[in-house]
Design a protein around this ligand. Structure first.
Ligand code: CAA
Length: 257
């Protein structure tokens, strides 16, 4: 049981590796995940992160149910906050995050996928928030992110019924951006991640920061922040290079400054 991180040039691939429990996230695994995400978030050489699960059956089957059965309320709160911190890293780190959902994404697994910027799914992907079937509720962000990603009615339906959603419905609801056969999932995720990583990291970071605000805060402030971030980019070598390369009819070379 561990978290594996490997690099392909500017792309980091983080794999939850506990296939015997369908990659369920125990407290120990979550602690490890948080520390790996903190390291990736602080590493300016990472241009994109892919999050996935080991094996061909599950992305993440949620929080560890056996472990939760023994928790006191205070321990449960710490567990919720720890999961929320991991999700916040995925949502707010400068580098875009792609969830490569290769099977079950239930409970906390759906919540980690929802925290990523983009979700690519294999045909066997299954989303759901089955917490109410356990007598509990989502604790790693689904009560906020599911409604913001899909719609309030759909989010409430899933959270209140625990109904599982297959890949084609996830696609139709905007939960997934693309669905593909399992063997095409990682190649497709890597292609997208390399494509994003080749762009100006500072432009991508500011674009992410501004787009994240679309679902929070007030619109007038958000437009002002967009204009501010847009203008700051004009101080970068990357903007000069990108704008010049277009007029010179060549591909730009970005250096992140
Ligand atoms: N926690 C701990 N262990 C889990 C697990 C979980 N969330 N999900 C699966 N496992 C374990 C099973 O106990 C089983 O272990 P053993 O072989 O030792 O018995 C192993 O993984 C394989 O699972 P199954 O035999 O159940 O596999 P299956 O193909 O029959 O069913 C499944 C797959 C539908 C995903 C089923 O395992 C399942 O329903 N899992 C639980 C999903 C769930 O309810 N997740 C939400 C958890 S609550 C949460 O996440 C709260 C939150 O918001 C933070």
């Amino acid at each position: 049981m561990s978290i594996e991180v490997r690099r392909e040039e500017r792309v980091a691939i983080l794999t939850i590796n506990r296939p015997e429990a369908l990659n369920a996230l125990s407290s120990a695994l979550l602690e490890e995940l948080r520390s790996e995400l903190a390291a990736i978030a602080g590493d300016t050489t990472v241009g994109c992160l892919i999050l996935t699960g080991a094996g061909d059956k599950a992305f993440i089957a949620g929080a560890d149910i056996a472990e939760m059965a023994t928790k006191t309320p205070l321990e449960a709160r710490a567990y919720a906050v720890l999961g929320q911190e991991c999700a916040r890293y995925l949502e707010t780190m400068r580098a875009p995050t792609i969830a490569a959902v290769n099977g079950y994404a239930l409970g906390g697994g759906s919540e980690m996928a929802l925290a990523c910027d983009i979700r690519l799914c294999s045909e066997n992907a299954v989303f759901g928030q089955p917490e109410v079937d356990l007598g509990i509720m989502p604790g790693w962000g689904a009560t906020q992110r599911l409604a913001r990603t899909t719609s309030m009615g759909f989010a409430k339906e899933l959270i209140f019924t625990g109904r599982r959603v297959k890949a084609d419905e996830a696609l139709a609801r905007g939960l997934a951006q693309h669905v593909m056969p399992l063997d095409e999932l990682m190649p497709r995720a890597l292609k997208m991640a390399h494509e994003i990583s080749a762009k100006s990291p500072v432009a991508i970071a500011y674009a992410k920061e501004s787009t994240n605000r679309a679902l929070a805060g007030d619109l007038a402030t958000n437009y002002m922040v967009e204009a501010d971030l847009f203008s700051i980019l004009f101080s970068t070598e990357d903007a000069k290079e990108g704008l010049r390369a277009f007029t010179e009819k060549r591909q730009p070379k970005f250096h992140g400054r």
